[in-house]
Design a protein around this ligand. Sequence first.
Ligand SMILES: [Fe+2]
Length: 198
Amino acid sequence: MFGFYPYLLPFCDVELIHPSKRFDMTNSATAQATINIPVGPAGRAMAEPMSGEMLDLMQAHLNLERQSAAGYFAAAIWFAERELVGFAEHLRDEAKQEEQHAAKFADYLISRGQRPVLDTVEPPRQQWPDVEQVIANVFRMEADVTASVLQLYGTAEHDLDRRTSVFLDPIVDDQRLSEHEAAYLLGRVKFAAATLLP
Ligand SMILES: [Fe+2]
């Protein structure tokens, strides 16, 4: 039943005890052995440490998501000021989603025994000459976030950090969809500008 057990050992930082021995209370040495669990900077149990590079990139990405939320909010305000409430509402929702993405990364860092560090959110750009430029900025923001996620992905692969690879898998595809949506919106806006405006 536990034939796979020896293959797990090289991948575990925490000392693994074979189940048949773990529950063998007839052996007094086993019964009294202290279990030492490594902890992260927050004092939380940590199964596998993250590389320093991975941690720095994760912290930077968390803050990029917050910066991106501010960027979407600025775009929402630009539209609200011009009575384009549909656009404003859509972009406000996007801003909320970016905050949720940031929270997801913070939760992930906590789950890995790390302490999320919040950086300063810079004032976002708030002025654009026209609708097309606002949406072009949105597209570029999404592409930048994707680039950051892919950098995380590459580092996770390099580090053989499988937990992070699995965590990032759905996020990479969500980013592709976000770029797709922004490209769609940009295409519609360009088409409208070319055909409806004099
Ligand atoms: Fe995001």
